[in-house]
Design a protein around this ligand. Structure first.
Ligand code: FAD
Length: 277
């Protein structure tokens, strides 16, 4: 099957061992020739330097690096300083987000929504950056309604986003319906599905509860039936996620963005299957 462009997401490693492991994983993942590697940005200051140093390393290896940037808890001045740093390191694309505050952590900051951040980045830096924003086919958990969330998404594009990456999901119809609905609102930027490989049941359930991604009942039941049998979980996960990617590609998805969790194996296995290896 002809695979569209792929991109791959990392989080900044917290230890020197983690950084070494990520370098090894990145070497393997580079063989898939991704369009870019993106690196998440922790709210509350925890990993902001880690994001930049990981992106710098990616760029120094000859790949395109895209830092994520969140505005929650930030001032305009602090965002301006980060954008200047990005510019000085020849960074040309970024993923603009609101972010989430850890509970009990200070105020919201000067820019309330991701649309405000996109507007600010465009006002400060013109067309310098290719900007991706987040999209939620199954609705962002804090949105009042799917229609409100769709309008919020459209605002981010009107503010100047070039493209979007979705939260992960396992029901392709949610993605296709979301894309159709955005087109009806006149939004025509590429909306790239975010793909979360399935390798660990506990971790998947925890993440999905946090971010509002739905795990279909049949997948949950099947995973539960495997207990701790990690080989069966991985084999099943590979079948399910490859099947999902095939349906997305056949339905016209403009790319695939992999949440790699800093591991090469699961993303590589899915892409190899898609290419018929
Ligand atoms: P927004 O688009 O601002 O939306 C947030 C909420 O506000 C939604 O419910 C929306 O409907 C609502 N809303 C928006 N505008 C308005 C308005 N004008 N009036 C009323 N309501 C409005 N988090 C990180 O901390 N670091 C990361 O690196 C990171 N990377 C991510 C990458 C991807 C691809 C995705 C999908 C998510 C990522 N996240 C990251 C998580 C993200 O920060 C959270 O989901 C966060 O809660 C929302 O961010 P957003 O940019 O989608 O916010």
């Amino acid at each position: 099957m002809e695979t569209p462009d792929i991109s791959i997401e990392f989080f900044p490693p917290k230890t020197p061992e983690g950084a070494d492991k990520l370098r090894t994983a990145r070497q393997r993942l580079a063989e898939l020739q991704p369009k870019y590697f993106s690196v998440t940005f922790g709210a509350g200051g925890s990993t902001q330097q880690g994001t930049l140093s990981t992106v710098k390393e990616i760029q120094s290896e000859g790949h395109v690096g895209a830092p994520h940037l969140s505005c929650v808890g930030a001032t305009r001045e602090s965002i301006r300083a980060i954008l200047n740093e990005f510019k000085s390191h020849d960074i040309r694309r970024l993923v603009a987000l609101r972010g989430d505050l850890p509970s009990g952590y200070g105020g919201a900051g000067e820019l309330r929504y991701a649309s405000d951040l996109v507007e600010f980045i465009r006002a400060e830096t013109g067309d310098r950056f290719h900007i991706e924003v987040a999209a939620y086919p199954e609705m962002h958990p804090q949105a009042r309604s799917p229609q409100d969330d769709l309008q919020a998404f459209a605002r981010k594009v009107q503010a100047g986003a070039n493209a979007a990456i979705t939260q992960y999901f396992y029901n392709p119809d949610a993605y296709f319906a979301f894309v159709d609905n955005t087109r009806k609102l006149g939004v025509d930027v590429p909306i790239v599905p975010g793909i979360m490989p399935i390798t660990n049941t506990t971790q998947l359930m925890r993440f999905s509860d946090m971010c509002g991604a739905e795990i279909p009942r049949w997948i949950r039941l099947k995973l539960a039936s495997f207990g701790d049998d990690s080989a069966s979980i991985k084999a099943f996960g590979l079948d399910v996620v490859t099947g999902l990617c095939e349906r997305l590609i056949a339905g016209g998805a403009p790319g695939l963005h992999f949440y790699s969790m800093n591991q090469a194996g699961p993303t590589t296995a899915i892409c190899q299957r898609l290419q018929g290896h």
